[in-house]
Design a protein. Sequence first.
Length: 338
Amino acid sequence: SDSGYLQAILTQEILSEYCGSTFFSVGASVGLFGIPLSEYGTEEQKKIYLREVISGKKIGCLAVTEPDAGSDVSSITSTAKKIGSEYILNGQKTYITNAPICDYILALARIFDSEKKESGLTCFVFESNKKGVVRGKKLSKMGLKGSPTGELFFEEVRLNQENILGRPGKGFQMIMEAFNRERLSLAAYCVGTMAACLNDCIEFSKKRKSFGRPISKHQSVGFMLSDILVKYESARVVLHEASWMMDKFSNSKKSDSRMMHNGSPVDLTAKMATAKLLASTHAREVANLAVQIHGGAGFMDEYRVSRIYRDVKLAEIGGGTSEIQKQIIARSEKKRVK
């Protein structure tokens, strides 16, 4: 969309406030699959894959994570060996959102030529019903149960040049860009869940009575509501600033994503990592407070805060763990203080 990152983030906040599972499945299809297609795809690829995904008629997925390669994308072992005009794809992917239901796959693999020389990580886009694509089991999760997650196995999948997205060997850069955008989206998800928790807690604390008065009148509950509001507002401000920065600088040609703003360097990657780290940490804490305010009711599945408590943990893992975000931020600061 031409409306920019900030507008997209505001929309994602609203969606995630009501249903985290819908947010994740739509985000994986339109965002993680669709945006790389829109930026790097040929006109023919866009015609085949992108239009139907944007319309919602088809579902896409991004297949990067492997059993032994998560945040460390450079460690993936899936291979695409060039034989004549074809690429023979083999490998295994896991923890893939939409894997059990996807129509299209965007997969990352290492290209090898006929002499077994590696040409780097490359993205391939293809239909999920291709011969050799095997769906593994649908994974059972602690949360986000409405968003299907599963495994994908590639067994001698025959692809060709038309299935390569962008340039061969440039897949790592594309995936890093996708992960950066995902960090902003995950921060938006967290902000949306905090808004849901805040609203539910305010309503519940007005109606629930103890010792003859609404629990909202108790100082201890008031303190918890204050903590929720502060965490929500602070995460939202940082997220919106990072989104605004993306709109302002995303077309920059700076090689390391560092630009100047008000005389100071801006590292967009670190900004997005900061937004995700803060929002995911606060969202976990807010969900815990929300359950506490609800008391025994918060432990029951019929209350939304119970679901959010289980759902929101993924935000500290997906899109790069919190520890990875800290590494990104620390690396940026080391550059800044040189």
